[in-house]
Design a binder for this molecule. Structure first.
Ligand SMILES: [Zn+2]
Length: 124
């Protein structure tokens, strides 16, 4: 599992907001969030949150890091929620997200209330 430090030291990777129809549908604004396990404080992932409103789920196509989670969106074997594993904290094993299919057709992790904390990483 890649750590947040390893990710931010990767020189070729810069944070660039992914602009597509999903972003436009949410008003065109986005920010990057770092998510942490609320139980043990382990970094979970870097996420592009589109629009305002609460963070309820993490769409696969908005996960930028770590590499193993970022790769899910390109995995041809993942087409349905049951092809995915639950999102677990790599530090303590706590379950943070449940695989689900959103009504717009995108696979995501529905986040478990209280299982994570978020911090704004950068604005787009
Ligand atoms: Zn944890």
């Amino acid at each position: 599992m890649e750590t947040q430090e390893q990710f931010s030291r990767r020189p070729t990777r810069s944070l660039e907001i992914r602009r597509d129809r999903y972003l436009r549908a949410r008003g065109g604004t986005a920010k990057f969030l770092n998510l942490y396990c609320s139980k043990c404080n382990t970094w979970l992932l870097l996420y592009q949150k589109d629009g305002d409103g609460r963070l309820l789920r993490c769409y696969l196509n908005r996960i930028f890091a770590p590499a193993n989670l970022e790769a899910l969106q390109y995995d041809p074997n993942i087409v349905k929620p049951r092809d995915m594993k639950p999102l677990l904290c790599s530090g303590c094993g706590e379950q943070v997200g449940i695989p689900t299919l959103h009504h717009d057709g995108r696979l995501s992790f529905r986040l478990i209330n209280g299982a994570f904390r978020k911090k704004v990483a950068a604005d787009g």
